[in-house]
Design a protein around this ligand. Structure first.
Ligand SMILES: [Zn+2]
Length: 419
């Protein structure tokens, strides 16, 4: 087992200890009180109090394990209660809004998506409110909705390269539409750059569950990245770290909307694929691309794949030599079949500091949740604070009510963090 967070006995850290225990139960799937006591520096009585509290709130449930005759009374195992509420994730990409309702163990219960002109904020708001209403109108699995998480292509604060080009939310100047979403739905709204959301989704419920340190590559309409260190996303000086799509990789290459030329996402993104195929972006979103992927005789697609895989191989080498991540996890809205094929074509990988240390199959992992990884990541945003003991979660967030905060002892209402 990897290093576990250890509790502290200070009285003031009761909410922190509660999260430590909740996180342990989530990561292990099922644990007895004795297992928990063995792994944290908390007294059996404190652990008993915490499990009683969490059970009373409804976040965990207990069941008695099968009797073992030699041991007397069988122990009670605690598990996360999947129906202790749900969360709604919305992924915004140019031209499309997708949403899903997700339960506390990361199961996607329902999902829906609509085409939308993301340059028009009124349309975006109407689409998001419509998706939320649709998901909530069907029979609820639980009365409690923890909040809405929105994942958007970054950077999300004004920089030279923010809100420009067809892979970003072109023409946006601020995120006030999210305040309108909160007002319209009366639910807390959390948001983050899509790559960070995707990385946190993989941390809580995906292939990175047991990784404390990894790089997440978000392959969608554009290309984003997130570095997760000790289960938090590294933010950089102003919250714009690891914007890997705009790293110039080809000297004098294809002009980029950011003003530079030869940027990685001009070769490795769904938008670059649409350009190469001479089709609208909408035709490489959703199910349409999958049928085309199955056709080996599609010369334009195969040519794009070969060059994109070449760039992926270079990008993997850069990421590995710069950051030495345990693994590179590829997620995003691109179909899994596409990512898988690119990874195959990128073999053999370049020599790097991970070569000879990591097994070849550990160097790149594919999200098991594609194409759901974007919306799952978004849905994780309202849950992450509660389910992970990392107190310095780096997503920007807005809250309009304090139900989670009250339960977990967090700061109430109105905290606006930084991305
Ligand atoms: Zn660029």
């Amino acid at each position: 087992m990897r290093t576990m967070n250890r509790g502290t006995t200070q009285q003031s850290s009761a909410p922190y200890n509660r999260r430590i225990v909740l996180d342990l139960i989530r990561r292990q799937g099922s644990m007895s009180r004795k297992d928990i006591v063995d792994l944290v520096s908390l007294s059996p009585q404190t652990v008993a109090n915490i499990t009683n509290d969490l059970e009373a709130i409804g976040l965990i449930m207990s069941r008695r394990l099968k009797a073992d005759k030699s041991r007397g009374q069988p122990p009670i195992a605690f598990e996360l209660n999947p129906n202790a509420g749900c969360s709604i994730g919305i992924s915004l990409e140019p031209g499309r809004a997708s949403a899903a309702q997700v339960n506390l163990v990361g199961d996607v219960l329902r999902k829906n998506d609509v085409a939308v002109d993301t340059r028009d904020r009124r349309q975006v708001l109407a689409a998001m409110v419509g998706l939320v209403k649709d998901l909530m109108s069907r029979r609820p699995v639980s009365e409690r909705t923890w909040g809405i998480g929105v994942a958007l292509p970054g950077p999300l604060i004004a920089t030279d390269i923010s809100f420009v080009g067809p892979t970003a939310l072109e023409g946006w100047t601020d995120l006030s539409v999210l305040d309108d979403l909160r007002d319209a739905t009366r639910l807390p709204v959390f948001y983050s750059v899509d790559s960070v959301a995707g990385a946190l989704g993989e941390t809580l419920f995906g292939v990175a569950k047991s990784l404390d340190n990894f790089f997440y590559l978000h392959l969608g309409m554009g290309l984003g990245g997130a570095l997760v260190v000790n289960r938090s996303a590294y933010r950089g000086a102003d919250g714009n770290a690891t914007e890997i799509g705009h790293i110039p990789i080809v000297p004098g290459g294809t002009p980029c909307y950011c003003g530079n030329a030869g940027c990685l996402e001009r070769y490795l993104s769904l938008h670059s694929l649409a350009e190469a195929l001479g089709v609208d972006d909408a035709q490489v979103q959703g199910g349409q691309l999958e049928a085309r992927l199955a056709d080996d005789g599609d010369a334009a697609l195969q040519a794009w794949m070969r060059q994109a895989a070449h760039k992926l191989r270079d990008a993997v080498c850069i990421i590995e030599n710069m950051l030495d991540p345990r693994s590179i996890v590829i997620g995003g809205s691109a179909p899994k079949a596409l990512a898988q094929r690119l990874v195959e074509l990128a073999q053999p990988l370049h020599r790097s500091v991970r070569g000879g240390v990591a097994a070849p199959e550990e160097r790149i992992l594919l999200s098991e949740r594609q194409e759901d990884s974007s919306i799952l990541g978004a849905a994780v945003l309202p849950l992450y604070d509660m389910l992970s003991p990392r107190l310095e979660v780096l997503q920007q967030e807005r809250r309009s009510d304090a139900n989670v905060a009250e339960i977990m002892g967090q700061r109430p209402v109105g905290r606006v963090g930084r991305l």
